[in-house]
Design a protein around this ligand. Structure first.
Ligand SMILES: [Zn+2]
Length: 418
């Protein structure tokens, strides 16, 4: 067995002192506590059940808006969106006036824990289900030299040594890449992590799943339970390899429907244009290429207003709409939601547990949805599980999901101090 580096490192004003064991940090995309609790109660996650009995489990708070890019960026850096600069999947670039995807590493404003661990001598692997996350999460990794790996299951077959650090992913994992709209897209991520650690190619892994299954299924559905059992099996393999396993989520998931099952949407741009005329632009930061998940409908949007409109008047009106739970001006969003001022509009709006915010009906294609609309983005999807295979003494009661690398690397320090 080759030696695992125990060199400490610091990044974004946080210290990490990883033990000489492989570390696997899992982001169980869209996996709120109800998924974990239901699967454990039904006997489908016996390994995870035992892991948290001997280790650690708590509720953590994610970053807002409770979207995937926002939280994955926070998790790999250990800091909030205020510092990462990643405020959504999608934003209005103030420099160009264009609406653009925020999935390029150029938008990330700070270094990652993964890159720092690599510099400190760890063999780092970043595996994500969705290709949209790969560039941001692999920022600063020495992929060209093959000293680190970063790939997605969505494009596993296209991975090349010069750009991904590895070229034969399908051979390493032992099966062809799965479809992105599948549970296997996530299980493949975990299997890739297991294979890389087993072959001693990696000893510091970030494994980020996709929430396709959570968008399509509630916790007690048989398909969901089978999927959770698959995650449990993979966690077992990681534990057998003596990994420190740490799992959290980027956000939870809720039905966003009326009692009759139809989508419960406030088309905010339409509503505001009727009330105030032109000069309103609503940006849905959940917008991404995976429309079958959510039709670009989430519980958080930002509103850009022309100078002719009165910000307070518009905010007051939005606040009066049934289903809206919070309206913040830019300063308020920076303070309350930890968002970067230059990557959001004049107002930030969050909606209720069963309500989503959209732009105009023609901007949201719901024809490809799998079943009733389930989505996320607001406060009701902010709470997520935090589970570690080791007995951790948490330093704070306000645990964040982006503390997960801290707990996975530094758990032995807290034990020594305790
Ligand atoms: Zn997600």
């Amino acid at each position: 067995m080759t030696a695992i580096s125990s060199a400490g490192f610091s990044v974004n004003d946080r210290q990490y002192q990883p033990p000489t064991r492989p570390i696997a940090v899992l982001c169980l995309d869209g996996c709120s506590d109800d998924y974990i609790d239901t699967a454990i109660a039904k006997g489908r996650m016996p390994i995870l059940k035992e892991m948290i009995e001997t280790g650690f489990r708590a509720v953590a708070r994610g970053a807002l808006p409770s979207f995937t890019n926002v939280n994955n960026s926070a998790i790999v850096t250990g800091v909030s969106p205020l510092k990462t600069g990643i405020s959504g999947n999608f934003f209005l670039d103030p420099d160009t006036g264009e609406e653009v995807m925020m999935n390029s590493a150029k938008y990330l404003r700070c270094g990652t824990i993964l890159a720092a661990a690599s510099t400190a001598g760890r063999k780092v692997a970043m595996v994500t289900a969705k290709e949209k996350l790969r560039d941001i999460l692999s920022r600063g990794l020495p992929l060209e030299s093959g000293q680190a790996f970063a790939f997605s299951t969505e494009k596993a077959s296209e991975a090349q040594p010069e750009t991904h650090g590895i070229g034969d992913v399908e051979e390493v994992v032992g099966r062809p890449q799965p479809a992105i709209y599948s549970g296997d897209a996530s299980l493949y991520v975990l299997d890739a992590g297991v294979a890389l650690i087993e072959r001693e190619l990696a000893d510091f892994c970030y494994l980020s799943l996709t929430d396709f299954m959570q968008h399509a299924h509630e916790p007690s559905e048989p398909e969901m339970l089978d999927f959770m059992a698959g995650i449990d099996e993979a966690i077992g393999k990681l534990l057998d390899l003596d990994c420190v396993v740490a799992a959290t989520a980027d956000h939870g998931m809720n039905f966003k429907v009326h009692p009759d099952g139809s989508p419960n949407v406030i088309h905010l741009e339409t509503v505001l244009t009727e009330q105030f005329g032109d000069g309103v632009r609503v940006i849905c930061p959940i917008t991404d290429p995976y429309v079958a998940h959510h039709g670009a409908l989430g519980s958080a949007v930002t509103v850009h207003l022309d100078a002719s409109l009165d910000c307070v008047e518009v905010a007051t009106f939005i606040g009066s709409l049934d289903g809206v739970t919070e309206v913040l001006d830019r300063k308020g969003a920076v303070r309350e939601l930890e968002l970067p001022a230059d990557r959001i509009g004049d107002l930030y709006v969050l909606s209720g547990q069963n309500v989503v915010l959209g732009r105009r009906s023609e901007d949201h294609d719901l024809s490809q949805l799998h079943g009733r609309l389930r989505s996320h983005g607001g406060r009701f999807e902010e709470k997520v599980p935090m589970m570690i295979s080791e007995p951790v003494v948490a330093k704070t009661s306000d645990l964040r999901n982006f503390d997960v690398f801290d707990l996975a690397c530094n758990f032995h320090l807290s034990r020594e101090q305790a």
